[in-house]
Write a new protein. Structure first.
Length: 202
């Protein structure tokens, strides 16, 4: 699939939010990238594999999760205009302990690690862009860890709504319950309590 004008405009806008970038510099990125259509529920990375791809989400949603026994624990959701990869595995080229899967049919820009290295060599600004992406990812990871220490499941859900307003009605509730660390049954009770609170406040 080719990159049309509207898509190119969107990509330029996102990269400009990190650092001013010219059309010539964007062309370097686009030349080393592919546009992919990923069907819903497609696993893009399995535990034990080395992550060799980074995705920029144009439309749709991917999730990054851990597996503990028979349980999946969601830790990140990546929707439109976000970059998705298992960063530790991708940057260090070592086996990962995470899974990446599409929650929806997803359209994305994909760069392989090999082509990523080419972009690094040809576009010095990529160092700044990647540093800012990593800073954002680190801040998100810090927020998630601190939330499990400081907040109740109800507070974590309210923070989820605040952080992912576009996803609340798009992804299955069992994915949300996994993200906030409770079972689907407990999540159903939590939502019931919130509805009752809302009725009493009216």
């Amino acid at each position: 699939m080719k990159i049309n004008t509207d898509l190119l405009t969107k990509i330029v806008g996102v990269f400009n939010s990190f650092v001013p970038i010219t059309e010539k510099e964007i062309a370097i990125i686009v030349k080393n990238a592919q546009v992919l259509k990923i069907p819903k529920k497609t696993k893009l990375l399995h535990v034990g594999e080395v992550c060799d791809k980074m995705y920029f989400i144009i439309s749709g949603c991917l999730r990054l999760y851990f597996i503990k026994g028979d349980t999946e624990r969601n830790c990140f959701f990546f929707h439109e205009n976000l970059f998705c990869t298992a960063f530790g595995s991708f940057m260090m080229q070592r086996p990962c302990n995470q899974v990446i899967e599409s929650i929806e049919d997803t359209l994305c820009l994909m760069v392989s690690f090999e082509d990523f290295e080419k972009i690094y060599a040809d576009l010095p600004k990529m160092n700044v862009i990647v540093r800012k992406i990593l800073e954002e990812r680190y801040a998100n990871a810090h927020d998630i860890i601190s939330s499990f220490i400081l907040h109740t499941p109800e507070e974590r859900y309210l923070r989820f709504i605040e952080k992912y307003p576009l996803l609340v009605n798009r992804i299955p509730e069992y994915h949300i319950s996994s993200y906030i660390g409770i079972t689907p049954k407990s999540f159903s009770r939590l939502k019931g309590r919130l509805r009752n609170k809302a009725k009493k406040s009216m």
